[in-house]
Design a protein around this ligand. Structure first.
Ligand code: ADP
Ligand code: ASP
Ligand code: MG
Length: 815
């Protein structure tokens, strides 16, 4: 004997009902003995409740009632014909006429009791079960209709009645003995001993199936729904949640208790008591094996089984010194709640014992508070207990799994995932079953939290990075090109996907929280809103996406002004923009501290030498206990090129012109020759080495004579440069006489930074530097006979973008 239960989406339309019938027929043909439990057609219970509310508030309900009637009549027409169709349509017409009467009565007296509501919603299951039984009969199957109100006996808690199991089981057995065939049973419905209709709570058809399974000692209960079984998380929150092969009764109970709607919580108990496995299957993919719920544990290896969440909860806290060490306090609290019929979702108590918090659904919050305040009236009056405090707009997420008790690092992983995404934890509980850890969070963080936790625990889950790029110049463009080209490989080989969720330049900005097609960014950006940095940063933080990374590909100080805000919203930063790292030391330190406090990264390796590993190298040396004695470097590709090319046969002005023509210089080459950029870079390196250095501390020997510096425009500047040839040549030739060449060096030593032209001889590593490479020589306690040398291309969009890209991946992997 088996019980098959089909949910609302499985019986939503003639097409899906045909699929159900096909499944039923295949079981019949295989010689199985079984019964079928059905829910109302998808959405019908909600529609009936809405009708009831409309009637009770005096609003018009006729149009909606008519739509529901037509939906049922059409479904009958779509499935049946001849006498059977006529008979079914007549039945539906009679029932809808009756429903109309009841609704009119409700409207007339403007009163809707829970009892009447149950009567009204009962039409949903009665109609769907009747229709399916007729359809099966039309296919030649013996499929008697059973209104479960005849057999499921409950108390009179309308809306969520408790089942009297003994009576119920006896009646089910008696009915089954009397009526052969495949009964088609209304889920969700029951009745009191006096025959007053009740319901078993929303989602209660699953429970009906378990009751029939237990009463008939079934070998299996199958819950047919619209997903591939129990998934690792709610697929509406986590699109790549995957299906679980097997879970234990206890795990299923916890998953459903904490919001996994795929199975109604009370369903598990009757099955567990009779040791009947429950299998969750997909009506729309019947070949898929689904999830088996039984007492068998999944093989070792998985960290957790699944993640569940409850969207809306209210946390109530009873607090007071009067609670410390007083026995029976908790008992009084919980008996007050139980007398009020409040369902407690989770409880936590601080070890100080002077506060107990518990989470309930919003509908229970006010009654719960009233009941507890009343129970502790005297203590509250005496001032030793405070009136119950309520915090709303919260949610709960829970991780569940039999292996939680055997592993040590699971709570740590949970909190790491939450912390790294700036999710604030309001309360924590670990059930005594040790099967579950639940946390209360802000409701706004739910989706982000569930996804971050899912990525943390399910290694086959793809980690998604949500990227926000400001600046679409050479580097920004190149970065997006590289990401777009590499994304398929990242997904395939590294389970990592970078989603572009926001982009801006100085003119426009564009957002797509689900990730825009990266190749289309130019067109999308064109369609975007007018650019506004503050609005960009606000929109980005309000999207509240996990693993968010902000990339600043601009120059100048407008964007860095927002870094603090960005980090404060738990969004990591990667940037080639030097302004913040070389700006006021106090601000730079505060940014680093903010990053640490918010568990995110602020990375700027491309500030110096593009993607060359300079900052990371110095940082690693210092962290591992080395002391940096000296940093010496050619830190400007432009200046490296110019002085590398300024040989005896050349004129300085021509070399600078050549560099400009090759695109190596700023439009006004003085920007490079003044050395500000180099000064910023040496400050950044010196800070990494541990020096409290400000940009204004850098001593610099100007390269350019005053006349060149003050020329009114670029052409005039070149004219002055020509005129100063003897000045430059003099320098160069004097150096040559000493066997040296000129190099624009930046140096950090003994707490000082200086930049200027220096003569270097053939023994210097900088002597042979040509072609615009950057080179840095680091002398430290460990590297003191020969310096540690890093050399290579230190500028250019391609390598700079690659450096930023690498940082984005580092951020993603670090989580
Ligand atoms: P039915 O109408 O068949 O009873 P429900 O809508 O009650 O179906 O339950 C199935 C739905 O439960 C799925 O469509 C899914 O959106 C939701 N759900 C929530 N959590 C989970 C989970 N962990 N695994 C599978 N489904 C889940
Ligand atoms: N139709 C009922 C509901 O929507 C029962 C169920 O579907 O299980 O809650
Ligand atoms: Mg359901």
């Amino acid at each position: 004997m088996k019980i098959l239960k089909f949910g609302g989406s499985s019986v939503a339309s003639p097409d899906t009902i045909r699929q159900v019938a096909a499944i039923v027929e295949s079981y019949y043909e295989a010689g199985e003995r079984f019964g079928v439990v059905v829910s109302a057609m998808g959405g019908v219970t909600d529609a009936l409740l809405e009708l009831a509310d409309r009637a009770a508030s005096g609003s018009d309900f006729t149009e909606k009632l008519d739509a529901l009637r037509v939906r049922h009549l059409d479904a009958a027409t779509g499935l049946l014909d001849g006498d059977r169709l006529r008979h079914t349509r007549e039945k539906f017409e009679r029932r809808f006429a009756k429903l109309d009467n009841i609704l009119q009565a409700v409207q007339a007296i403007r009163e809707l009791t829970a009892r009447t509501k149950d009567y009204i919603v009962s039409f949903g299951e009665r109609n769907s079960a009747f229709l399916l039984s007729q359809f099966l009969a039309s296919k030649g199957l013996q499929a008697p209709y059973l209104d479960a109100a005849n057999v499921v006996i409950t108390d009179d808690r309308f809306g969520g009645a408790r089942v009297r199991k003994e009576d119920t089981y006896a009646r089910i057995q008696a009915w089954m003995a009397q009526f052969p065939g495949i009964p088609v049973i209304t889920g969700f419905l029951g009745a009191t001993e006096d025959g007053i209709r009740t319901t078993l709570g929303r989602g209660g058809s699953d429970y009906t199936a378990a009751l029939f399974g237990a009463a008939l000692d079934a070998e299996l209960i199958e819950i047919w729904t619209d997903v591939n079984g129990i998934l690792t998380a709610d697929p509406r929150d986590v699109p790549d949640a995957r299906s679980l092969k097997q879970v234990t009764y206890a795990e299923a109970m916890e998953m459903s208790h904490f919001g996994a709607k795929v199975i109604y919580p009370p369903t598990i108990r009757p099955a567990l008591e009779a040791d009947i496995p429950i299998v969750i299957k997909n009506t729309f993919q019947p070949g898929f094996e689904g999830t088996r719920i039984s007492s068998v544990k999944a093989p070792n290896g998985q960290l957790i089984t699944g993640i569940a969440s409850i969207d809306k909860v209210v946390l109530l806290t009873l607090r007071g010194t009067g609670m410390i060490g007083v026995p029976g306090f908790a008992a009084r609290l919980f008996s007050a709640l139980s007398a009020e019929g409040v369902n407690i979702i989770m409880i936590t108590q601080g070890s100080s014992e002077h506060a107990i918090s518990f989470a309930v659904s919003p509908a229970d919050a006010l009654p719960a508070k009233a009941a507890v305040d009343k129970a502790f009236e005297l203590e509250i009056e005496r001032g030793i207990v405070e009136p119950v405090k309520m915090e709303d707009d919260l949610c709960i997420i829970a991780i569940i799994g039999e292996s939680i008790k055997n592993r040590h690092n699971i709570a740590g992983m949970l909190f790491r995932a939450l912390g790294a995404n700036g999710v604030n934890v309001v309360a924590i509980a670990q059930g005594s079953s040790e099967l579950i850890i639940s946390v209360v969070l802000d409701r706004a963080d739910k989706r982000k939290a569930v996804n971050a936790v899912h990525e943390m625990f399910f290694s086959d889950a793809i980690t998604r990075v949500h990227l926000f790029v400001v600046g679409t110049g050479l580097v920004g463009k190149e970065l997006l090109r590289q990401i777009e080209a590499q994304n398929p490989t990242l997904i395939r080989d590294h389970a990592l996907e970078i989603k572009l969720c926001g982009i801006a330049n100085s003119r426009r900005m564009y957002f797509d929280a689900s990730g825009m097609p990266i190749a289309d960014w130019p067109t999308l950006l064109d369609q975007g809103d007018k650019s506004d940095l503050a609005a960009f940063v606000t929109a980005m933080s309000e999207m509240n996406l996990r693993n968010s990374v902000f990339v600043d590909c601009t120059a100048g100080d407008r964007v860095p002004a927002f870094y603090g805000h960005v980090l404060d919203h738990s969004i990591s930063i990667s940037t080639p923009n030097k302004v913040a790292a070389s700006g006021p030391l106090l601000r730079f330190r505060r940014l680093k501290q903010l990053a640490r406090a918010n568990n995110v990264s602020y990375l700027y390796e491309t500030n110096v030498g593009a993607a060359l590993p300079l900052i990371a190298t110095i940082r690693d040396l210092v962290r591992s206990g080395d002391t940096i004695l000296k940093i010496e470097g050619v830190l400007s590709g432009t200046l490296s090129y110019i002085f590398g090319a300024y040989t005896a046969d050349k004129r300085f002005a021509d070399v600078v012109r050549e560099a400009k023509a090759l695109g190596f210089t700023e439009p006004d080459p003085r920007e490079d020759l003044k050395g500000l950029d180099v000064a910023r870079k040496i400050v950044i390196l010196a800070r990494e080495a541990g020096a409290a250095m400000e940009l204004s501390d850098v001593e610099s020997d100007p390269i350019l004579p005053d006349a060149c510096l003050h020329a009114p425009n670029v052409e005039a500047f070149f004219a002055e440069l020509e005129a100063a040839e003897s000045f430059f040549a003099g320098h160069r030739d004097a150096a040559a006489q000493n066997g040296c060449v000129l190099r624009m060096l930046a140096t950090y030593q003994d707490g000082h930074c200086r930049i200027g032209l220096q003569e270097v001889d053939a023994s210097s590593p900088f002597y042979g530097l040509t072609g615009g490479d950057n080179m840095v020589a680091i002398t430290s306690k460990r590297y003191h006979t020969h310096p540690l040398i890093v050399r290579g291309p230190g500028a250019g969009a391609e390598v700079t973008a690659a450096g930023v890209f690498a940082e984005i991946i580092t951020i993603a992997k670090g989580r």
